[in-house]
Design a protein around this ligand. Structure first.
Ligand code: CA
Ligand code: CA
Length: 147
């Protein structure tokens, strides 16, 4: 399935709303990128896109990328070092496991929303909201393809 038609207009709106809500409760910055393919290694593709979106530039090193490869039906959730240094080992696995429950039913929009919410809750524990928070990274879904 083409990356741009992976989510309906309504699902896209729900995803962006979930990002906005999550970012109200923590200083982390969440992005969703939908690519067509992941290449050979979905984790590597996610890392490449993380940098190509400039997500390593957050002040607290707490950017989180939900990377989906729509044709391959694969995804990865990765975070910057500020998060990985402090969260438990199962942090990302918990988020992914929840999303897989939805993805199995082909509820991709709902799965992303659930993953973003869970991620936001967890991030709030380690990165509480700060005064004068700025939106360091756009909340819109991006569609960059892995190289
Ligand atoms: Ca922010
Ligand atoms: Ca943001």
């Amino acid at each position: 399935m083409d990356s741009k038609s992976f989510l309906s207009v309504e699902e896209c709106r729900n995803v962006v709303d979930a990002i906005v809500e999550a970012e109200k409760n923590c200083s982390g910055e969440i992005r969703v990128n939908i690519a067509n393919t992941a290449g050979e290694n979905v984790m590597q593709a996610a890392v490449d896109i993380f940098y190509s979106l400039g997500m390593e530039k957050t002040i607290r090193k707490n950017g989180v990328l939900f990377f989906i490869a729509s044709e391959d039906r694969r995804f990865a959730v990765i975070g910057d070092e500020g998060i990985n240094n402090v969260v438990p080992d199962n942090f990302w696995n918990d988020v992914c496991a929840l999303m897989i429950e939805y993805f199995k039913k082909e509820e991709y929009g709902a799965g992303l929303v659930a993953g973003i919410r869970k991620c936001g809750e967890k991030l709030a524990e380690f990165f509480p909201p700060v005064e004068d928070d700025i939106d360091e990274l756009p909340n819109e879904i991006s569609y960059e393809d892995a190289k």
